[in-house]
Write a protein that binds this ligand. Structure first.
Ligand code: GDP
Length: 457
């Protein structure tokens, strides 16, 4: 056929070439990328801990640290200096200096780690699940202070909520920082007591015991963050890795480069001449110059004229890359933000109805059948209705508690059916984590997050 004679499938999809080999050839043996989210009860010390860690590994200049020191002394809040490190980067982000919105980057021995969301956000849960941000791993911070751990864990605290949410959003590996151990004289008994309680809970929440690591530390004094403890009372009983090494020991996620190509468009802009560009993250697969692509849900064809990452021209881009793609053979007005570029040989499913397993956490009125919400899927915001409440689930085990519940209130987990009024390009969570994740919002407030479990074609 004409298609076969042209080199339209691109080098990467030529069956003789292994895309993983190509990736190695193009990118070398660089550090593996890891996305990490920091979770835990408010005041557990998340900002202080991350700020101190970033300072210790030289991510924060002396000049900036000195400025914080002076400012915090003026306010009589010296302990806040490390937390401010993260606030400053927050400001920088708002001014658009850092390229990646809502992120912070640091390196361990073998990994390049991107922090998702500045920890310490008040309105944390929506942030945790919003945007393109998707965590591979989580750092759970708990306050070891007597009474405080219990507040965060037992009485409607966020410790459980965040851990459950992380797990239901697909995070399987967890580091737990048992923080502020300075307040309990580095007590091993207190550490063991907290570990015991958390272990039982995390197991029930669906984390494998071997995928959870507990680290005693103090974000304020800096003990056991980036090097072995120097505090005798801690060094006397703890011989394990410091927090930075625990992060380094996380398994890296696979770059799904052998899966069919998908890019979710988050920006569209004019290029030179008649051409125009789209940009977004390559979720799966690879894309080469000359490839034919399909723009979904409209199923319009286009051809890749050129490729770039941060304005550096490329001939091929891979899953995990944030890329700019110049398209030809298609009108700019036929492409929208939220559309998905995909492999025409293996396109994304397009449907108006699907099922999702959701967690509800922020509703003022319970969700009932026919409830109107805005579906957020990647960069798309689309009005839809919750057309069926199929079953209510046990949040930890996923077991069905009730079939056809009448309503879903806060802190419930359920399978629901969503009905849109026009076709959407979707993907099962089991096929593609990123494109299989959805959020439901009402009036700008995120009320539920979920995973696509069934697409009804
Ligand atoms: P976040 O809300 O989890 O980000 O918590 P912050 O980092 O803002 O810290 C909350 C409070 O706990 C602040 O007053 C910190 O100074 C204090 N704090 C944080 N880490 C430690 C620690 O390791 N030891 C002690 N004693 N206090 C800490």
């Amino acid at each position: 056929t004409a298609e076969g004679s042209e080199d339209v499938k691109g080098r990467a999809r030529d069956s003789r070439i292994d895309p993983h080999q190509l990736y190695k050839k193009e990118r070398g043996e660089g550090k593996e990328h890891l996305y990490m989210v920091v979770i835990g009860h408010v005041d557990a010390g998340k900002s202080t801990l991350m700020g101190h860690l970033l300072y210790d590994i030289g991510q924060v200049s002396q000049r900036i640290m000195h400025k914080y020191e002076q400012e915090s002394r003026k306010l009589g809040k010296q302990s806040f200096i490390y937390a401010w490190v993260l606030d400053e980067t927050g400001e920088e982000r708002n001014r658009g200096i850092t390229m990646d919105v809502g992120r912070f980057q640091f390196d361990t021995k073998t990994k390049s780690v991107t922090l998702l969301d500045a920890p310490g956000h008040k309105d944390f849960i929506p942030n945790m699940i919003s945007g393109t941000g998707q965590a591979d791993v989580a750092l759970l911070v708990v306050d070891a202070t007597r009474g405080e751990f219990e507040t965060g864990f037992d009485y409607g605290g966020q410790t459980r909520e965040h851990a459950l949410l992380a797990r239901s959003l697909g995070v399987t590996q967890l580091a737990v920082a048992i923080n502020k151990l300075d307040t309990v004289n580095w007590s091993k008994e207190r550490f063991d007591e907290i570990v015991k309680k958390l272990k039982a809970f995390l197991k029930q929440a669906g984390f494998k015991e071997s995928d959870v690591t507990f680290v005693p530390c103090s974000g304020l004094t800096g003990q056991n963050l980036t090097s072995k403890p120097t505090e005798n009372s801690l060094a006397a009983w703890y011989t394990g890795p410091c927090l930075l090494d625990v992060i380094d020991n996380f398994r890296s996620p696979e770059r799904p480069i052998s899966k069919p190509f998908r890019l979710s468009i988050n920006d569209i802009f004019k290029g030179t001449g008649a051409a125009f560009c789209v940009s977004g993250r390559i979720e799966t697969g690879t894309l080469s110059i000359g490839d034919k692509v399909l723009v979904c849900p409209n199923r319009e064809s286009a051809v890749v004229k050129s490729l770039a990452i941060e304005e550096v021209p490329k001939t091929i881009v891979f899953a995990g890359d944030q890329a700019t793609v110049t398209l030809s053979g298609i009108e700019m007005q036929n492409v929208s933000v939220g559309n998905i570029l995909c492999d025409p040989q293996n396109p994304v499913p397009v449907a108006m109805r699907f099922q999702a397993r959701i967690v509800v956490f922020n509703v003022t009125v319970p969700i009932t059948k026919g409830f109107s919400v805005v579906l957020h899927h990647q960069s798309l915001g689309e009005p839809v209705i919750v057309s069926k409440l199929i079953s209510q689930l046990n949040k930890s085990t996923g077991e069905v508690l009730k079939k056809h519940p009448r309503f879903l209130g806060n802190n419930t987990s359920a399978i629901v059916e969503i009905q849109a009024s026009r076709p959407l390009a979707l993907e099962l969570y089991s096929e593609c984590k990123e494109l299989g994740r959805v959020m439901l919002r009402v009036g700008g407030v995120t009320i539920a997050a979920g995973l696509i479990t069934k697409i009804i074609l």
